[in-house]
Design a protein around this ligand. Structure first.
Ligand SMILES: Cc1cc2nc3c(=O)[nH]c(=O)nc-3n(C[C@H](O)[C@H](O)[C@H](O)COP(=O)(O)OP(=O)(O)OC[C@H]3O[C@@H](n4cnc5c(N)ncnc54)[C@H](O)[C@@H]3O)c2cc1C
Length: 351
């Protein structure tokens, strides 16, 4: 089974063994058995896969077992009209969950519309977009702890180490998320819109609310304009979304970057802990990489609509994509002295 068939980049070699887990019992048993076999054989931990939208898998593939999570089920519990708790099984398609909550009048998830993948991976990198992160809505998760081989229920979000595009679950093969619980608010208005581009699209001031159906439509339109909604016919969407995270630097380093940029329009956002977040897309474009910049043989390239998305133009390989990623990373480092970090989880390969 070529893993390229299960990743949005359409890259990745074969899986030694491929298991589809439709139920919690099958998922836990598959991971438990595969973990035990891998550890006895001294091999790398088996890969747990959702929608394959945040992984870059080596051309050599994964020699051991890969487990695809396809568990299904959603339950919404209304708490006397004051709010709701939405419980979602890990294998549910994320955007279907968002669409259903918006269309049934519950607010909270609308800014997270159009993100590919499955619900179980949402806490893994604390998914975020348009001013909202899942950490704001996540109550707790049930998980299978791979280190102790036990199921733990109601693990509070605060124990998951959720940060900017990261968590204690990411890239460590520590646990499998079985289901997530989210706190929703009665609609029809969204919470305050924080992202200026989205507020402009909605025609509201930053900090105001808007009808959740309008917010979802506006987010999807903005995302489509950047090639950030999956479309099999559109190579700009054959990506893992943003390939690099925005660098978060101390203020003195950010000032040094600003001085070398010599451009007062350089985007910079203060974070809660006194650091400064810069725009990876801006640094990339200011380092001479235009949208559409080709990688080896033109088989891969920067998206023609977003300089932060590395894309497979058809016929690319993981090595091609890594070569492009290294070129961009090294170019930004040479220009600004900032080393960009990849956002997807690299499986069997390294930058
Ligand atoms: C076009 C596009 C746009 C995107 N836009 C955004 C965006 O706006 N914001 C954002 O944050 N991300 C974005 N992403 C990245 C990606 O969609 C999210 O990170 C998504 O949550 C990944 O889900 P997945 O099921 O595809 O995970 P996968 O790619 O299958 O897996 C990612 C990692 O999570 C692990 N994993 C998967 N399922 C589980 C589970 N049940 N338990 C434990 N670990 C698990 C995997 O082992 C792997 O390490 C985008 C990607 C694409 C292709």
């Amino acid at each position: 089974m070529p893993l390229a068939e299960h990743t949005t980049l359409r890259l990745g070699g074969p899986a030694g063994r491929f298991v589809i887990a439709h139920s919690e019992e099958a998922l836990v048993a598959a991971v438990r058995d595969a973990d035990a076999e891998a550890s006895a054989a001294g091999e790398r931990a088996p890969l747990v896969l959702g929608g394959g939208s945040n992984v870059l898998v080596s051309d050599d593939g994964v020699p051991g077992t890969t487990i695809l999570v396809t568990t299904a089920g959603r339950e919404l519990r209304d708490i006397d009209g004051a709010g709701a708790i939405l419980t979602v099984e890990a294998g549910e398609d994320w955007d279907t969950v968002v669409e259903a909550s918006v269309s049934s009048g519950w607010s909270g998830l609308e800014c997270l519309s159009g993100i590919p993948g499955r619900a179980g991976a949402v806490p893994v990198q604390n998914v975020g977009a348009y001013g909202v992160e899942i950490s704001e809505l996540l109550i707790d998760v049930d998980l299978y702890d791979r280190r102790t081989a036990t199921v733990r229920t109601r693990v509070p979000a605060a124990e998951l180490g959720l940060g900017y595009r990261t968590s204690a679950l990411k890239g460590r093969d520590a646990a499998v998320v079985l289901r997530i619980r989210l706190a929703l608010t009665p609609g029809p208005l969204s919470g305050p819109i924080r992202y200026p581009e989205l507020a402009r699209a909605l025609g509201v001031p930053v900090g105001a609310g808007a009808p959740i159906t309008d917010v979802r439509a506006a987010v999807l339109e903005l995302r489509r304009s950047k090639g950030m909604v999956l479309d099999p016919a559109d190579h700009d969407t054959w990506s893992a979304g943003s390939f690099f995270t925005n660098p978060v630097l101390d203020a003195a380093t950010a000032d040094r970057v600003a001085a070398s940029a010599a451009d007062e329009r350089m985007p910079r956002w203060p974070t809660d802990n006194g650091m400064v977040k810069l725009s990876a897309a801006w640094l990339i474009s200011q380092s001479g990489f235009r949208r559409g910049h080709p990688g080896p043989g033109g088989r891969v390239g920067l998206s023609s609509r977003h300089s932060l998305a590395l894309t497979n133009r058809g016929g690319g390989t993981t090595e091609d994509l890594l070569a492009l990623a290294r070129e961009v990373r090294d170019g930004v480092r040479a220009r600004f002295g900032v080393t960009l970090t990849p956002e997807p989880v690299l499986v069997g390969c390294a930058l």
